[in-house]
Ligand binder design. Structure first.
Ligand code: PMP
Length: 315
């Protein structure tokens, strides 16, 4: 049986009791009707849950939708730090904007000096924990960048696995928007829900760029039910963090430490792992690297055995 550890999905599906509650909701919902404009009940729920007002929250069809909108409205050069999430470049290219790349340093920290020296940047995107390297970006470095006053996205998709919370920075910096998602810790990649937290003026300006019925009622409702079941999310996150540490310790000759639900590998093991029926992420822009998602224990065991065999034969 093929093991899929390529997309940083959650190893666990949403729990059965949540699915039943969801089915009950579907039975009594008129799907011929449009969603309530702006999905106020979901915004309020996410606001309460994350400690903000609903006017500080924007929800999107995956955080991808919010990235798309934010990049579109930059209308100029966008600064990124490679290696990082490839969709930033994808959207920038779609809109014909230039990406100014200031590569991460060899320890994957931000090259703040070089970032500060760039001119005419309309939007900065920082990914933390960074995909694919897995490390957190230092809070002090993020703050140094925010001091520039340039609109800045902190893509925090792997927040729940990381132990670092950047939301205090929102009290001080109006140019910051933090993006999070239900796709990873919440096991809802198939439902497509992401959200942003920022100053209320920033949020109301972005909302103007969003279609009125941007999301379907079913995804919205399931997100609400999952927030009510947050203890299950926490259990799954704890499991994955434990597995991540076990996985890393077993293969550390070839992997970097990670604060997300994946490991960045020092070799391109894509073809080797494929021969073992394990699908990992090939990184076309990084010839000699690859990325593997932390799965369930039994999946990780298979992957660890294969990587250990690789290490013993090749290193
Ligand atoms: N940001 C990062 C860093 C990601 O890795 C991903 C998903 N792979 C996303 C954003 C997009 O997430 P979503 O499913 O919410 O669109």
């Amino acid at each position: 049986m093929t093991v899929y550890l390529d997309k940083n999905e959650n190893a666990f599906d949403i729990p059965e009791n949540v699915k039943y509650e969801f089915m009950e909701y579907i039975k009594k919902t008129n799907l011929n009707r449009y969603p309530e404009k702006g999905l106020p009940s979901l915004l309020e729920k996410i606001g309460d849950f994350s400690g903000f007002n609903d006017e500080n929250i924007i929800v999107g069809n995956g955080s991808d939708e919010l990235l798309n909108i934010l990049i579109n409205q930059a209308k100029g050069d966008i600064l990124i730090n490679t290696p990082t999430f490839e969709m930033y470049n994808f959207y920038a290219n779609n809109y014909g904007y230039n990406t100014v790349n200031v590569p991460l340093k060899s320890d994957f920290s931000l090259d703040t000096e070089n970032i500060i020296n760039k001119n005419n940047i309309k939007l900065i995107i920082i990914c933390s924990p960074n995909n694919p390297t897995g490390n957190l970006i230092d809070m002090g470095q993020v703050e140094q960048i925010l001091e520039l006053g340039i609109p800045t996205i902190l893509d925090n998709a792997y927040y729940e696995f990381s132990g670092e919370d950047y939301t205090d920075l929102l009290n001080k910096y109006d140019n910051l928007i933090i993006l999070r998602t239900f796709s990873k810790a919440f096991s809802m990649a198939g439902l497509r829900i992401g959200y942003g937290i920022a100053n209320k003026n920033v949020i109301s300006n972005i909302k103007k760029l969003q279609a009125p019925f941007y999301m379907n009622v079913l995804s919205a409702k399931l997100a609400e039910i999952m927030i009510d079941n947050y203890s299950t999310v926490q259990e799954h996150v704890k499991y994955i963090i434990n597995e991540r540490e076990r996985f890393y310790n077993a293969v550390k000759e070839i992997a970097y430490d990670s604060k997300a639900n994946f490991l960045f590998l020092k070799k391109d093991l894509y073809s080797y792992m494929e021969k073992h029926d394990i699908i990992i992420r090939k990184l076309p822009l990084l010839k000699d690297r690859s990325r593997i998602t932390v799965g369930k224990k039994e999946e990780n065991d298979i992957a660890i055995d294969a990587i250990k065999e690789y290490i013993s034969k090749n290193l």
